[in-house]
Design a protein around this ligand. Sequence first.
Ligand code: FES
Length: 105
Amino acid sequence: MSSSLPSRPSRWLVQVCRHRSCDRGGSAAVLATFREHQGPTILIAESDCMGQCSAGPTVKIMPGNTWYCRVTAEDVPRIVEQHLGQGEWVRDRLHPRFHPPDPSD
Ligand code: FES
């Protein structure tokens, strides 16, 4: 699995699920923390259920179609700096359904 995202876009879209299961897991705090970093190059959006309820709070980032699972507010600064800033995945929060671990890593 490559550690780099395919592109460094002019604008990121971060979707944070606020539906029931993710909300119970703390997605309001995740969304609020992401919104502290919103700006011309980072758009933060609240989402309805993304179908990954058992692994929430769920965060999806476009472009690149990256899915993060079990995200906490404490993870957000790392995702902002590493993913949105440097174009590198935060591997320990990647959703394994969409980003299966590479045995060669
Ligand atoms: S409730 Fe968040 S993915 Fe379903």
